[in-house]
Design a protein around this ligand. Structure first.
Ligand code: PGA
Length: 242
């Protein structure tokens, strides 16, 4: 595990983007696992910047997002499909037909999960999976449970997660109570994992995840088992790490 601390958010975002662009420069057809939430916004801005500078092309990449809310249409302003278009896809040369996000509107959610797993399998291995960290230690939307699922599945979102994400929704709007998420098994199969954690409010959980026991109570602790894990933290999030 490689933990790198940054004294500015700009430097952290640049470093994360450099790792991703490096992979795409080496392999233009790379398979990218992408994340949403507040954490990656600045990283995507940096990727768009790098694209505009002519440093990288996403023309041949395939992307798989970690998760999507159940019940939100792709044009809903809080769907992760919308988020990805707004923050990255609309601003680079990625081929929309090679971007993949589970459909939260599928009439048969179980079938949608199988379809997503088959797509990931058909693409081969995810070359790099970008990850944020939930306050309860979730990765993707794999919430703390006695048992974690390996493949894509439907989850009931933890109260803590709904509260944390309410900040993105308009007043009076409900945060969906379920999501489809890639499973921990799929995440751990990625060739490289890039965990990005920002802010003092995540200092304790990132310490537990990276230095505590490996337990399904803290799904991110399973990342300790991955041979190619890079963790980028700002000073605040990394303040309790060795
Ligand atoms: P955040 O979410 O980046 O909005 O803090 C991270 C997560 O829940 O995975």
């Amino acid at each position: 595990m490689n933990i790198i601390k940054f004294d500015s958010e700009a430097k952290l975002n640049e470093a994360a983007a450099r790792i991703i662009t490096g992979i795409v420069q080496t392999n233009p057809s790379a398979v990218l696992g992408l994340a949403t939430g507040g954490t990656p916004v600045g990283i995507y801005k940096q990727l768009v910047h790098d694209y505009n500078e002519g440093l990288v092309s996403f023309k041949k990449v395939t992307t798989f997002n970690l998760d999507e809310y159940v019940g939100l249409a792709p044009d809903h302003h809080q769907s992760y499909s919308y988020y990805m278009r707004e923050n990255l896809f609309n601003h680079v040369d990625v081929d929309a037909s090679r971007t993949n996000i589970p459909s939260g509107l599928a009439s048969d959610l179980g079938e949608e999960c199988s379809r997503y797993d088959q797509l990931i399998q058909a693409a081969g291995r995810i070359d790099i999976q970008l990850l944020g960290l939930g306050h309860n230690g979730h990765i993707g939307f794999n919430e703390p449970e006695e048992e974690l699922s390996s493949g894509t599945h439907v989850v009931d979102l933890a109260e803590e997660t709904k509260q944390a994400n309410a900040r993105f929704f308009s007043e009076g709007e409900q945060v969906p109570s379920q999501a489809i998420t890639m499973g921990v098994g799929t995440i751990l199969k990625a060739k490289t994992l890039l965990l990005v954690v920002k802010g003092k409010d995540k200092a304790e959980i990132v310490k537990r995840a990276l230095t505590g026991p490996i337990t399904t109570d803290v799904p991110a602790s399973l990342l300790q088992t991955h041979p190619q894990l890079t963790v980028l933290v700002d000073q605040a999030a990394g303040s309790l790490l060795p």
